[in-house]
Design a protein around this ligand. Sequence first.
Ligand code: PLP
Length: 482
Amino acid sequence: MENKAHNLLSKIATNDGHGENSPYFDGWKAYDANPFHLKHNPGGVIQMGLAENLLCFDLIQEWIEANPSASICTPQGAVDFKETAIFQDYHGLPEFRTAIANFMSRVRGNRVKFDPNRVVMSGGATGAHETVAFCLANPGEGFLVPTPYYPGFDRDLRWRTGVELLPVVCESSNNFKITEEALETAYEKAKLANIKVKGLLITNPSNPLGTFLDKETLKHLVSFVNDKNIHLVCDEIYAGTVTTGDQFVSIAEVLEEDPTCNRELVHIVYSLSKDMGFPGFRVGIVYSYNDNVVNIARKMSSFGLVSTQTQHMLASMLLDNKFVDHFISESRVRLAHRHEMFTRGLAQVGIGSLESNAGLFFWMDLRRFLKDPTFESEMTFWRIIVNEIKLNVSPGSSFHCSEPGWFRVCFANMDDETTMIALRRIKTYVLKNKMLEIKTKRQCWQNNLHLRLSSRRIDDILTPHRMSPHSPLASPLVRAQN
Ligand SMILES: Cc1ncc(COP(=O)(O)O)c(C=O)c1O
């Protein structure tokens, strides 16, 4: 029956390239079935699998209230209602593209300028990735992607385009660095499998690691794609979430410093979903240094335009430099504080994480909690986390991590109180387990001691050769008597 129904539909409609049958989405389902609420459901599952940035909405609200003309549904903005409602053009509002280019630049500390004419819109970074994949590769061709990587890529780049993703295996032994060796190995493997490599896709800062690439590595990646004559797609949607420590370096800065590299191979994917915290507005950007890609991506953007109402409002907001600068710096402070609060709390009970200072998450190391170092054990422990500890964190396997035991924890999609409850739940679990471990060890030790003593007694009786020379049974006198 099901097959019959399937025959009526396309291959894309009936395959599971949407990726929703993975633990990444199962965790969301567990949350949906029993969502935590401070008052109404305090025993529910806390959602820590969602990379959302909710920490600065008070600043946004203040701006909205202070700028009523930016919204066309207010008495002050209603004069623009008609023009906004009837505008439809895949180039987008010129002031919107200027505002986006301005914002991309400010987020990167004004160290690099972006050209509004290269800004192409799409439905979130999700749509931007698919557009780029459609522009650069044919079905069956592939992109190299360093692991661990954002699970949505399996859907966004592959599902409807038929493009393949080819993992570049990165490991914890060097903090998941992208090495030349790993790149070459993945490239050669693709060649052996007869898959034409069309590009390298990086996420910088990384989701799920929360780290970003240094300039040397970026330069190296640029020369790698130049040597192979393949594309470099840089997802920089977390560019504005870098908090403390070293400064984030955009691929745009590397290109500006290197006039010899072929810029036409480089494309940036951006979005306002993370840095501004607006995933609901579906503002995605393709920023390509290749004129042909800009041209064709713009035509393709007809399938995923940003509503003109949203463009209109964001144009005003993102051209307000004073607001933008304050927002970015305050957001960084709040993210850093939350990150510190969580990771320090976990460290108190001996849980470590990869050192990081970007993104809306960190990469938690639970390798020592696994029964054995396998992905089956990772899933077993993940089920304990979701069903017993009642936290939806995402297992490393869903990010194609090569080593079991890593979990991504999102920390910016909740308030302080919920954060404390989540932390308390983990601490309680660890301490309870420690007590149990100590009790079991003590019991084992006691049992062993008892066993050792009693077996010694039996041994003593049964094996005279092991007896003390002072034992009466061992004495030649007794033996003689026997
Ligand atoms: C690295 C990365 N790229 C793309 C996306 C999709 O973003 P958007 O909501 O703009 O489609 C996400 C969302 O989590 C992401 O983490």
